[in-house]
Design a protein around this ligand. Structure first.
Ligand SMILES: NC(=O)c1ccc[n+]([C@@H]2O[C@H](COP(=O)([O-])OP(=O)(O)OC[C@H]3O[C@@H](n4cnc5c(N)ncnc54)[C@H](OP(=O)(O)O)[C@@H]3O)[C@@H](O)[C@H]2O)c1
Length: 268
């Protein structure tokens, strides 16, 4: 029987995507196949996701027309050159590999319709963010397929390929920066007597709520900051400290460094 989607690689990202697709009823487990070289990963995925697992990417090609490339970027060349993966016919290949350009992927699979995606690991809790680029051979139906897949584990937006380094900076990598904010808030909560559990719940929920306000309130970020700061109140005192310490400049430099590395990796 033909599967509807196949994952080359079944690690953290593929596992999270597969869980999202099943949780949101985009595909049933028997419509999904995946491969991984280690038996341990295959057994884990069979147990947790109830999907059929294979050892090699070449085992998947005749089972499905939609393949997600979810292995480390440095392994991709050998997948096509040494393992002999051939995407004959016009298959849809969705690559989540950081830094591997459409042109490079197309050179390995000249006939495939190729999509490049930069997701982030929050897709593990179905709150991922993804930027994606449709390759020139893709059809409007492919865009619908990709939108449906990416929306099953979060929010997605189409971008130009030249924008993917920026997507990496503010979406692919930014959860790490926000975890550092969460860490500081949790430590501060504990300093003032909360338990770690209480501080984690309150700091984490503040990040969730603030994110939703940014997306759903229709207010700009300046208005949102003002909305929390009553004159003479508590928040404004903290905001003054962040402004005095140039917190926005620090984040800008952080994203600059990340984007710079993403550009370098794209050339390697
Ligand atoms: N992690 C992130 O936050 C993030 C964000 C955006 C994009 N990405 C991209 O997502 C991709 C996967 O990252 P990850 O974090 O999920 O990596 P990962 O957890 O290391 O998973 C990689 C998977 O690839 C499998 N694999 C290795 N060689 C293979 C081969 N020759 N054929 C088939 N499968 C093979 C591994 O199998 P075994 O389990 O058997 O070793 C493993 O299941 C990378 O290209 C990365 O750039 C990651």
């Amino acid at each position: 029987m033909k599967a509807k989607i196949g994952f080359i690689g079944a690690g953290r990202m593929a596992g999270a995507m597969i869980k999202g697709l099943i949780a949101r009823n985009v595909y049933t487990p028997d419509e999904i196949v995946a491969c991984a070289p280690s038996k341990e990963t295959r057994d884990r995925m069979t147990q947790t996701c109830k999907i059929k697992m294979y050892e090699r990417a070449t085992d998947l090609v005749d089972l499905t027309d939609v393949l997600v490339l979810a292995i480390k970027p440095k392994l991709i060349a050998s997948l096509f050159k040494d393992e002999g993966l051939r995407l004959e016919g016009r298959r849809l290949l969705i690559s989540i590999a950081a830094g591997v350009k459409l042109k490079t992927l197309q050179s390995y699979a000249p006939k495939a319709r190729i999509v490049r995606v930069m997701p982030n690991h929050c897709c593990m809790v179905l709150e991922g963010g993804s930027g994606y680029v449709m390759g020139e051979k893709c059809t409007p139906e492919d865009k619908t397929t990709v939108d449906t897949i990416l929306s099953s584990f979060g929010l997605a937006t189409e971008v130009r390929e030249s924008d993917l380094d920026a997507v990496t900076g503010i979406c692919g990598s930014s959860p790490a920066y926000l975890y550092m904010v969460a860490h500081a808030l949790i430590e501060a909560g504990m300093k003032y007597g909360l338990t770690e559990e209480q501080a984690t719940l309150l700091a984490g929920q503040s990040l969730v709520g603030a994110g939703k306000m940014v997306l759903e309130s229709g207010m700009g970020t300046d208005a949102l900051v003002d909305g929390v700061c009553s004159p003479g109140g508590t928040t404004i005192e903290g905001v003054k400290v962040l402004r005095d310490e140039h917190m926005e400049d620090i984040f800008m430099r952080c994203v600059d460094a990340c984007v710079k590395r993403s550009v370098e990796m794209g050339k390697e």
